[in-house]
Design a protein around this ligand. Structure first.
Ligand SMILES: [Zn+2]
Length: 486
């Protein structure tokens, strides 16, 4: 085993500054795959933990599961406003915690008004994952949960809304503790990596991702939330230290002769769809997702065009205002799996001379920025052949184009003829689409060759137009005929 694989300090950092006892339980009880530590391993002093105000001891009292099945009870709470806006423009996050598994889902939002929307999103995603419905939702009586719309939605779905009693931490324990743990972990990661506080959403998302894969003081039965939710142990071998240097390969099609073959970026978290590492370009703040990445987990220098001041700043404290005496934590989900919305119309600016590979959409917002808080990514579909051949997916696009071309030839789609006198030629162009499957994963790349029909002019190239639309009555007649002649 290489030194890195058994380095307890490194694992402490990879696991979001997990406290020693929980790290030990994770390893000793083999609750996760891909991690091994010598028994004698001791944690060194960690500055990140101190600065992040990480609790060194686990919570004493355990909160027992109150639900016996997935989604039997969901805890929810909103955290914010945070003092610093996230890169994606969020000031809040809302957590949803499944009581039975303690699996956390998290969404970043700009205002509390978005909580209802995110709840519906959470409900759809989680219900379909485990084929069960939410029975109870437990929240405080915050206005975001008490709106008429939210209430009537819950009623229509048969979801019982339980309100926690103010100033009774026992009731809110689950959410409150998780909330605190997540924020502390995120703060420690930011502090350790010396990244600016505006990246808090990336850090929080990462903390949640990790938290779902480690033991929870509430899980007295010693399962990770991940295992309880998915039925198998999580593999943590892919985890890396938040904020460290990451190098991604630049395909030969996208670099000139003397260009470097790899680009140095900053590792800022994990992506589920598409699966991979989220890497941020420090100069443009754009995030892309990559699977093949080389890390230097001891390098936190940020080479960027920005001055050091803007990157090493710790002038902003990563704190949030508690709205009430008890902060009620919330459930989090693998936020990285939030449903994808099309961002087709948003075109990120060029990126080192070629189009950005990925368009990132923050869970929390409909922001048009391409580097926002986190989550779902989409490959930017090229507008034309030139862009496709220069894009990061040039190989895939070429393959798709070849397929289409061969299909056209095989089907004898056209005949080459001499252009009749006085007629003009209509050009054609390639149209590129990424096809996603039901789970939002990339299914395939598709290229089509289309005629530029719009270049024809009325009265010159044509005089009448026809739309191949079937009339309703025609379909009915046909069906009636078919039924009679079965
Ligand atoms: Zn630490």
């Amino acid at each position: 085993m290489s030194e890195n694989k058994s380095n307890i300090d490194l694992w402490h950092q990879r696991l979001g500054h997990l406290i020693f006892q929980q790290l030990r339980v994770l390893v000793d009880q083999e609750l996760a795959c891909g991690i091994k530590l010598p028994e004698s391993a001791k944690l060194s002093f960690c500055e990140g933990c101190v600065e992040g105000k990480m609790q060194r001891k686990p919570f004493k009292s355990l909160t027992y599961h109150q639900s016996r099945r997935k989604l039997g009870l969901v805890h929810s709470d909103v955290c914010g406003p945070l003092q610093v806006e996230s890169v994606g423009g969020s000031r809040y996050f809302v957590m949803f915690v499944d009581d039975f598994t303690r699996f956390i889902s998290i969404y970043f939002i700009k205002s509390k008004a978005e909580v209802f929307e995110k709840f519906k999103l959470f409900e759809v995603m989680m219900s379909s994952e485990c084929d069960a419905n939410i029975a109870k939702l437990r929240t405080d009586n915050g206005g975001e949960y008490m709106s008429k719309d939210f209430q009537s939605y819950l009623t229509s779905k048969g979801i019982e809304h339980q309100l926690t009693v103010p100033h009774s931490p026992q009731q809110n324990g689950v959410a409150e503790r998780l909330n605190r743990t997540i924020v502390e972990s995120a703060r420690s990661m930011l502090s350790h990596s010396k990244l600016p506080n505006k990246l808090w959403a990336e850090a929080v998302a990462t903390a949640v991702y990790i938290r779902n894969r480690v033991t929870n003081s509430a899980n007295e039965d010693h399962f990770t939330p991940f295992e309880k939710w998915y039925g198998h142990k999580p593999d943590v071998s892919h985890l890396r230290v938040f904020g460290c240097a990451a190098y991604c390969h630049i395909p030969s099609a996208e670099r000139r002769k003397l260009d470097k073959k790899a680009r140095r970026m900053c590792f800022v978290g994990y992506s589920k769809n598409p699966r991979g590492y989220r890497l941020m370009d420090s100069s443009t703040e754009k995030v892309i997702t990559r699977r093949d990445v080389s890390f230097n987990e001891f390098d936190f220098r940020f080479s960027s065009r920005n001055s050091d001041a803007s990157w090493s700043s710790s002038e902003m404290s990563f704190d949030y205002e508690e709205e009430s005496a008890e902060v009620e934590p919330v459930p989090e989900t693998e936020s990285l799996s939030a449903p994808r919305r099309s961002q087709r119309t948003v075109r990120p600016p060029d990126y080192y001379g070629f189009p950005a590979a990925v368009n990132v959409e923050g869970i929390d917002s409909s922001t048009t920025r391409t580097h926002c808080a986190y989550t779902v990514h989409e490959i930017v579909e090229p507008e034309n052949f030139d862009e496709a051949s220069k894009s990061l997916q040039a190989e895939e696009w070429k393959h798709a184009t070849d397929l289409e071309y061969h299909s056209l030839i095989e089907n004898h789609t056209w005949d080459l003829v001499k252009l009749p006198e006085g007629k003009s030629v209509i050009g054609c162009k390639w149209v590129y689409k990424v096809k996603y499957d039901g789970e939002g994963k990339i299914d395939r790349f598709k290229s089509r060759l289309v005629a530029k029909g719009y270049s024809q002019r009325y009265g010159i190239d044509f005089v009448e137009t026809f739309a191949p639309v079937v009339r309703h009555s025609s379909v009915q007649t046909l069906l009636a005929y078919a039924v009679q002649n079965i």
